[in-house]
Write a protein that binds this ligand. Structure first.
Ligand SMILES: [Zn+2]
Length: 168
């Protein structure tokens, strides 16, 4: 039994032996699970903030303390950014719908910037505490390459690298 979205329709698969009442009950359950799954994939600003605090606690000893975390849709060349001065973090809405562990990686990356500004060895050691860091970086590079986007993770240096590689 399952429910999934196909364009603007929701398809619910059920065995034919169910009674009408059972069928209705299962449809309600499956639709609720689908909604929960989609919510996890499209977290709100509040969800992002809560998640960031949890990730900081779990992987960075709680030392990174963001003041706010929110979605922005004006970041065309970056997945995320942060301003250490006021401890704000922003994520590109392009990340919406990506697997939660990829989103978590971008959050951990930006949280780590609240503690270490650049991309030196210390920074990568900190980010590496998140177990799926390497895998998530590969995933994002793959998405950027497939879409032919010069997307860097956040900072100007990465963006410049991407522009250089696009320029040849
Ligand atoms: Zn960075």
């Amino acid at each position: 039994m399952s429910a999934y979205r196909d364009g603007d329709k929701v398809v619910v698969l059920l065995p034919s032996r169910l009674s009408k009442a059972e069928e209705e009950q299962w449809i309600a359950t499956l639709l609720q699970r689908l909604a929960e799954r989609e919510r996890r994939r499209r977290p709100s600003d509040d969800d992002l903030f809560t998640r960031a605090l949890e990730l900081s606690r779990r992987h960075l000893g709680g030392r990174a303390e963001p003041a706010s975390v929110r979605w922005v849709d004006n970041q065309h060349a970056r997945w995320g950014s942060c301003t250490p001065d006021d401890a704000t973090i922003r994520l590109s809405t392009r990340l919406r719908g990506m697997p939660p562990w990829v989103l978590d990686y971008v959050l951990v990356h930006e949280l780590a910037h609240l503690l270490i500004p650049g991309h030196g060895p210390d920074f990568w050691a900190l980010v590496g505490r998140y177990p799926k860091a390497e895998r998530a970086r590969g995933y994002l590079e793959g998405v950027a390459a497939t879409a032919h986007l010069p997307l860097g993770l956040d900072d100007a240096d990465e963006l410049d690298d991407a522009r250089r590689s696009v320029a040849g």
